[in-house]
Design a binder for this molecule. Sequence first.
Ligand code: 5GP
Ligand code: MG
Length: 176
Amino acid sequence: NTETVILDRNGISRGLTRIAHEILERNKGVANLVLVGIRSGGDHLARELRSLIADIEGEEVPLGAVDVTMYRDDLGSRGPMAMGKTEIPFPLDGRNVILVDDVLYTGRTIRAAMDALIDLGRPRNIQLAVLVDRGHRELPIRADYVGRNVPTAREENILVEFDENQKPVEVRLIKS
Ligand code: 5GP
Ligand code: MG
């Protein structure tokens, strides 16, 4: 069982700061922007991105969260798929929605999250930001903003560690 540090606190901070700038550049500022984090992990990163964007632009963009854990199409073989707690207390119509997650793997979670968003309104577009892309996609989904691409074997895992304030502190690759 070996662990390799992929990103430390500063590495994560630099990656998220770059992503914040990329989001603002591609969307021409905050005017139409909303952030939606995927529980759990993505919600903390979305809050971090909102704070970095506020540091740059002086404005806090709307922040929501979706939970699609039970919504994944490979987990719902028994009966209807239940949805976890989704909190999006603002309209999505016409907005540029940035979905945020910690790790992108098969893409099934993102597909489910897009389904959930589209049930709630009609965003102008949906973009995807992830801290780590570990490969192995099973759907035609890619991230628009990536902290770090980490080639992995299927049996490996990425550990994203958060501190007691839900701030990201370390990303490690775990080989068992
Ligand atoms: P996917 O649906 O793309 O297969 O998996 C992505 C979802 O599962 C994300 O919400 C992510 O949090 C979680 N996930 C998948 N693989 C890993 C991993 O190696 N490490 C962590 N921390 N989460 C993962
Ligand atoms: Mg997660």
